[in-house]
Design a protein around this ligand. Structure first.
Ligand SMILES: CC(C)(COP(=O)(O)OP(=O)(O)OC[C@H]1O[C@@H](n2cnc3c(N)ncnc32)[C@H](O)[C@@H]1OP(=O)(O)O)[C@@H](O)C(=O)NCCC(=O)NCCS
Length: 161
């Protein structure tokens, strides 16, 4: 009840934790709501079971409201996906999620992190820029929308020290 009340008033504290296999259905639901090509429950289960994939969940009370996923290869990692439920966006929660996720990547020995972001995705670009990522390349017509429109991708990079 208390958690519900504090969330209602926007003062609930968010927790960022490693996700578990049991979270797969909710993570797939969140992903589907946030991206044009959603990942299914099975895809999340596979990623959660893989040792080189790191998945964090963002939890508010008993509700999972976001996640971050990356894949590690030697001392590099790629952020594959990050999302916050539409109902909880615009409160800076993604920043805590991303910075905690990066901290864990550093703890696993990762020195460089890459990601791809759609050029017009302003909230995501802002998030990454403020978290210290810089543009490392541009890929023309990289994403194809359901309506056939093709959008450019930016490749971003950040070194962890
Ligand atoms: C990207 C995403 C995770 C950001 O989550 P969030 O918790 O809402 O992020 P924040 O509240 O910290 O906002 C991030 C920044 O974007 C800015 N922003 C938010 N909406 C914006 C908009 N419509 N236009 C421009 N900037 C915007 C915010 O002001 C903030 O910048 P600031 O720190 O300079 O104030 C969230 O929007 C999301 O889940 N989007 C769908 C999935 C997605 O696109 N993921 C990234 C794929 S690469």
């Amino acid at each position: 009840m208390m958690a519900w009340i504090s969330e209602l008033w926007g003062s609930g504290t968010a927790a960022i934790e490693p996700a578990s296999l049991r979270d797969a259905p909710r993570l797939a639901q969140l992903h589907g709501e946030s991206f044009h090509r959603g990942w299914g429950e099975g895809e999340f289960e596979a990623m959660l079971a893989e040792r080189n994939t790191l998945v964090h969940r963002l939890r508010m009370g008993r509700k999972i409201i976001g996640f971050a996923v990356s894949r590690i290869g030697a001392d590099e990692a790629e952020i594959l996906s990050i999302a916050v439920a539409a109902s909880h966006r615009g409160r800076g929660l993604s920043r805590d999620l991303l910075l905690t996720h990066l901290g864990h990547l550093a703890g696993r020995g990762v020195r460089t992190v890459f990601l791809e972001v759609e050029e017009n995705n302003q909230p995501a670009r802002r998030l990454y820029e403020r978290a210290g990522f810089g543009v490392a390349g541009r890929r023309e017509r990289y994403y194809r929308q359901a309506n056939g429109e093709q959008l450019n991708a930016l490749l971003m990079r950040r070194d962890l020290s």
